[in-house]
Write a protein that binds this ligand. Structure first.
Ligand SMILES: Cc1cc2nc3c(=O)[nH]c(=O)nc-3n(C[C@H](O)[C@H](O)[C@H](O)COP(=O)(O)OP(=O)(O)OC[C@H]3O[C@@H](n4cnc5c(N)ncnc54)[C@H](O)[C@@H]3O)c2cc1C
Length: 403
């Protein structure tokens, strides 16, 4: 279904699709931007050069972080423009080069809570790629219970000094900056004593240890922080106001992709149909039923994305749809991984030959999709949010504190 968004948006769609056609270098087809950003795409030679050229062209056309205000280097695009932009990049099969968590999490939080000076300093550095961020929220004893974080920071002159530990920090080994939620006042109720600090990662008293995942990748680290320093200028939203800033970050983490999430899943679905074809399984009634189920789920994501888009177009925030979307795609993807492995049959049990810990495409989907129902808030936490904030059910009774 093609949605008519009116002449202004259709003109923008035409402008974007013409620009992409005129500027795309060869050799970028169907490159996974997330894998590029996380350094796992393994791009070399001409393809790597093409990606570099493409990134530079996007930068010059202000198509990196294009939803950010023009005053800091963006184009001030609305949510509807962004949905169109993402669709056109996906349709053309070229990556929309992003700045990862800098673009999707910390940047939007600075835009909402930062001072004008902080915006002018931090945002252009994210757009240019000079600063690359990772997210220091979770700790060994605090994940879902984020308000309980124990990493401490004390003010020393015009700096804060941080001690503690963060864990599951995606892409920390590739970042030069970390946004840390830390406790700056231990004597007030827990959500009121937190601050949101942007700290340099290198040569700053932060030891990083990579963590190995079942897929063989080491996409995240644990950090041991002993006396890391950051200027007070790097505290976003003011001292002890970090919870509000963190909630803005989480809102973007859970809802940011809601309008376009189906695009990647749609491509992946058709790849799985192709795999089933190659394996001669498309006449198997069980496989047909499973594929039909998966197609239905992707279509549901599309329509739910359109509903979110309608809210955004009407100038309303995504609301509880962010949690509905997060719960839906992550549970879907876990099930799709299981279906894919069952279509592969016995081959799905054997890792491919090669150096290191190789996994096949579908083994990777099967293994890495298990994480989707944990990061950005677990499925249980999303269900609590939907129950309490969307449906207005009574609050979850407090259980005993876990040890
Ligand atoms: C791939 C991956 C990448 C990640 N990247 C990052 C990152 O970059 N930065 C970062 O800060 N963190 C990151 N995380 C951490 C992630 O945010 C936490 O794992 C998540 O918040 C859950 O916290 P936890 O692991 O401490 O589990 P816990 O909070 O201990 O939860 C354990 C279990 O109890 C359930 N549970 C907890 N509380 C409740 C409740 N109130 N009601 C019902 N059930 C409950 C949970 O759903 C879960 O099943 C990442 C995690 C993964 C898997």
């Amino acid at each position: 279904m093609k949605l008519d968004l009116g002449p202004e948006y259709e003109a923008f769609r035409g402008e974007m699709s013409d620009w992409i056609e005129a500027n795309r270098p060869d050799g970028l087809e169907d490159l996974d931007e997330r894998a590029m950003y996380m350094g796992t795409a393994g791009l070399t030679g001409k393809a790597a050069e093409a990606y570099e050229t493409w990134s530079q062209r996007l930068l010059e056309a202000r198509l990196i972080c294009p939803h950010w205000p023009e005053s800091v280097g963006g184009r001030g695009l609305t949510g509807v423009h962004m949905a169109i932009l993402n669709e056109e990049f996906a349709r053309a099969g070229v990556p929309r080069v992003t700045r990862g968590m800098g673009e999707s999490l910390v940047g939007p939080s600075i835009i909402v809570h930062g001072s004008e000076e902080q915006k002018a300093h931090f945002l252009p550095r994210i757009i240019s790629g000079q600063d690359r961020y990772c997210q220091g929220f979770s700790e060994p004893d605090h994940g879902s219970d984020l308000g309980g974080v124990e990493t401490r920071a004390v003010v020393d002159g015009d700096e804060v000094v941080i001690h503690g530990s963060k864990v599951w920090t995606s892409g920390a080994h590739l970042a030069n900056m970390i946004f840390i939620l830390c406790r700056t006042d231990p004597d007030v109720p827990k959500h009121r004593g937190l601050s949101y600090v942007l700290a340099p990662l290198k040569d700053n008293g932060i030891e990083m240890r990579p963590l190995r995942q079942p897929s063989g990748a080491s996409g995240f680290c644990q950090e041991f922080i002993e006396g890391a320093r950051a200027p007070l200028f790097n505290v976003i939203g003011g001292l002890n106001n970090g919870w509000r800033v963190a909630m803005t970050t989480l809102g973007h983490e859970r809802g940011g992709q809601a309008t376009v999430a189906h695009l990647g899943f749609e491509r992946e679905f058709w790849d799985l149909v192709e795999t089933a074809r190659k394996r001669g399984k498309t006449a198997d009634p069980l496989v047909r039923q499973q594929l039909a189920w998966a197609y239905t789920q992707v279509e549901l994501m599309r329509y739910s994305g359109l509903r979110t888009l309608a809210r955004v177009a009407a100038g309303r925030p995504p609301g509880p749809e962010a949690s509905v979307a997060k719960l839906f795609w992550s549970e879907y993807h876990k099930r799709l991984g299981e279906i894919a492995i069952s279509i592969e049959g016995a081959d799905g049990l054997l890792r491919p030959d090669g150096d290191g810990y190789q996994v096949s495409k579908w083994q990777n989907v099967f293994l890495s999709s298990r994480a989707g129902t944990i990061y950005s808030g677990t499925s249980e936490i999303q269900r609590n949010i939907i129950g309490e904030r969307a449906l207005g059910l009574p609050k979850e009774p407090k259980g005993p504190r876990r040890s």
